[in-house]
Design a protein around this ligand. Structure first.
Ligand code: UTP
Length: 292
């Protein structure tokens, strides 16, 4: 059986980024750089590698830098051309040739579920991906490409999942499920941020989803939770009552780059992998470690 393909991805990027203040006071956290590119560029590369060509970014106040980053920059382009340095923006412009980006505004940060719903008109009635750019995932094939395969197998919503330390379940949505193929479980229940003693497992949902369009109806029905926020997990739980959802334990490394420690880990590991900098940076770290 063939299912409608996943052609669109929603990027909620209207959160306040409070864990990274003061850096995120006037700069969107999605624009924080890992080595030399902003987080959101890595995430859009990831969806492009999964064959997705339409990107919908949900922005809010103070997020104009994201739109500017993915636009032409006449002055800078002219300057780089004059100085024989045009190649410095090659990867960004090559990405823009592969995806079409639209923007929609979330006027108030009313939660991740609400942000996803802001993309409804642009998504329409078809399956779509949701990508949280501050979850940076290094994987080959890309995490979303792996998930598209799982979606194509089951024709149902798929959430990315990762095993976490049992003590950390209180920071994630946690899945209870039964095995349904390689690295895949069919979700029985989802619990938002349970205490370790109450967690049904240590399988945590991270920031990649492939969702059926019926999810939008569930978001509309969800009652706002604490702080007036509309949670995506609540809508997923409601969807589970009448559709299957699968959790897929992707292969690869995830960095919580919206958190200071996760951001530092990502910076170090991406710098070590970087062709131009890797060797020098490794030597520097070795020298540093010797002196510790
Ligand atoms: P987070 O839980 O990381 O919240 O949101 P946040 O506000 O961005 O950051 P902290 O926790 O205060 O540091 C998860 C994702 O959902 C988006 C965020 O931009 C992030 O990508 N989001 C969250 C919205 O777009 N709108 C919201 O109202 C809430």
């Amino acid at each position: 059986m063939s299912y409608p393909s996943v052609r669109k991805a929603v990027f909620p990027a209207a959160g306040l980024g409070t864990r990274f203040l003061p850096a995120t006071k006037a700069t969107p956290k999605e624009m924080l750089p890992i080595v030399d590119a902003p987080l959101i560029q890595y995430a859009i590369e990831e969806v492009a590698a999964a064959g997705i060509e339409e990107v919908i970014i949900v922005t809010g106040r103070g997020k104009r830098a994201i739109e500017d980053h993915f636009d032409l920059s006449f002055e800078l382009d002219y300057f780089l051309e004059q100085h024989g340095k045009s190649h410095m923006l090659d990867s960004t412009y090559a990405l823009l040739d592969r995806v079409q980006i639209s923007y929609v505004r979330q006027r108030q940060p009313l939660g991740l579920g609400h942000a996803v719903a802001c993309g409804r008109r642009l998504v329409g009635d078809e399956p779509f991906a949701v990508v949280l750019a501050d979850d940076l995932i290094h994987a080959t094939p890309s995490c979303l490409a792996q998930m598209v395969q799982v979606y194509e197998q089951h024709g149902a919503s798929v959430v990315a999942a990762q095993r976490v330390e049992p003590a950390q379940t209180g920071r994630y949505g946690i899945v209870d499920g039964e095995p349904a193929g390689e690295r895949t479980v069919r979700v029985r229940a989802m619990v938002e941020k349970p205490d370790p003693a109450e967690a049904p497992s240590n399988l945590a949902i991270v920031g990649r989803y492939i969702l059926t369009p019926e999810l939008f109806d569930e978001i509309e029905r969800v009652n706002p939770g604490s702080g007036g926020e509309i949670q995506l997990t609540d809508a997923l739980v409601a969807l589970l009552a009448h559709q299957s959802i699968y959790a897929y334990e992707f292969t690869g490394t995830r960095y919580d780059a919206g958190d200071k420690l996760g951001f530092l880990q990502a910076t170090v590991e991406y710098a070590l992998r970087n062709e131009e900098l890797g060797d020098r940076f490794r030597a520097y770290l070795k020298g540093l470690a010797a002196g510790l």
